[in-house]
Design a protein around this ligand. Structure first.
Ligand code: NDP
Length: 357
């Protein structure tokens, strides 16, 4: 079976490619430029003809994926911008941004976040409908950003949608907060995918599955030269645990949920294999966290040369989280047993150390 993975050079996508190859699939990855292809070709050279990379320069252009989808049996769409750097009207970073950013990267327009997310998703579905008659299933990598916003309360499941951040972006435009812009891009993209399926019901011969992970952490396979060049989520955990760049307030007040990148990749494989996944969204989340939980997990490992802040050991367990994800569907229907925090902390820190960071 042949699967197309868009954005194949990304943090999550390289793991997705690897698990598809290990499961016996033939994989065609897309990247934005030839310069990003070589690293992947070398990484997966043992797979010979079973792995290839093609260039799709601009995923927002109509028909961008027309050639890439040809001959495929399945599609996994992961390419989408994930950063908190969209055009900032004041030239400074909003206080509620969860990431500290260098000020010279504030110029990026909001269009660069929302347009590639939405047009990239709709574009790959259009190309699939037009040029890939053998495709049986399309998996779109969405996000918990499309399920909830940080102020939501209670137990949340796949029936929840984060519509608030779309309103915020509509009302405030460029003045909306950075996380709101990213979150809106993911909700709009996922909704556009489901709308596309509803509109083209008569013609489509495949079904859609969307995967919604919260923060994705874990060891890195993709091409990264330094911690500063890490993808948004791993950079965040690196800075929190090892970088010492977060203020105590940022560390104490932040509540999140996380999942190991290998579980997200496995979810892609299962989403293609399991008939019962058809037409469903899946929340792919291991557990809630506050940074103290990661400090505790890392400190119990006692890895030589690693100095993770002590904080207030055990304090994480006393935090009442505003919301919790119900992951019954992913466990029961995709058979995912989520990797625990200690394992992820160990594998991630070992990986950082191997890189000399
Ligand atoms: P990375 O930044 O490592 O990868 C993003 C991928 O998308 C890269 O291949 C990148 O290509 C591509 N991409 C980004 N912007 C564009 C654009 N404008 N046009 C075309 N391609 C683009 O991030 P992740 O692996 O973490 O994220 C992958 C997906 O997972 C995204 O859809 C993200 O929203 C989603 N996700 C991630 C989470 C996380 O915590 N990491 C949590 C939940 C969802 P290039 O290298 O050329 O820029």
């Amino acid at each position: 079976s042949k699967v197309l993975v868009s954005g194949a050079n990304g943090f999550i996508a390289v793991w997705v490619v690897r698990l598809f190859l290990e499961a016996g699939y033939t994989v065609r990855g897309t990247v934005r430029s030839e310069s990003k292809a070589g690293y992947l070709r070398t990484m997966f050279e043992n797979y010979g003809q079973k792995f290839e990379v093609v260039v799709v320069e601009d995923i927002t252009k109509p028909g961008a994926f027309d050639t890439a989808v040809k001959g495929m049996d399945a599609i996994a769409h992961t390419a989408s911008p994930f950063h908190f750097e969209a055009d900032d009207p004041n030239g400074v970073h909003p206080k509620n941004s969860v990431i500290l950013l260098p000020t010279d990267r504030c110029h990026i327009l909001i269009e660069e976040l929302i347009e590639p997310a939405v047009h990239g998703t709709v574009g790959i579905l259009e190309s699939t409908l037009k040029n890939a008659p053998d495709v049986k299933r399309v998996v779109v990598l969405s996000s918990c950003a499309s399920v909830s916003n940080p102020s939501d309360f209670g137990i949340l499941n796949e029936s929840n949608w984060n519509l608030e951040n779309i309103e915020e972006v509509k009302n405030l435009g460029k003045k909306a907060s950075q996380p709101a812009k990213y979150r809106a891009s993911k909700t709009l993209a996922e909704r556009a995918a489901w709308d596309f399926v509803a509109k083209n019901k008569g013609e489509i011969k495949w079904d859609l599955v969307t995967l919604c992970p919260p923060f994705v952490f874990g060891p890195v396979l993709h091409d990264v030269s330094s911690p500063a060049a890490l993808n948004t989520s791993v950079k965040d955990v690196y800075e929190s645990l090892l970088g010492g760049t977060k203020t105590p307030e940022q560390l104490q007040n932040f509540q999140g949920s996380w999942v190991d990148v290998r579980d997200v990749a496995l979810a892609h494989v299962r989403a293609l294999e399991r008939p019962e996944a058809a037409g469903k969204r899946f929340i792919i989340s291991s557990s809630n966290f506050v940074w103290q939980d990661w400090f505790d997990a890392a400190n119990t490992l006692s890895i030589p040369g690693v100095n993770v802040p002590k904080g207030e050991p055990g304090a994480g367990a006393k935090v009442t989280h505003r919301h919790v994800y119900d992951t019954t569907r992913a466990k029961e229907e995709l058979g995912i047993k989520f990797i625990d925090m200690k394992t992820t902390a160990k594998d991630m820190i070992d990986d950082f150390k191997k890189r000399g960071w």
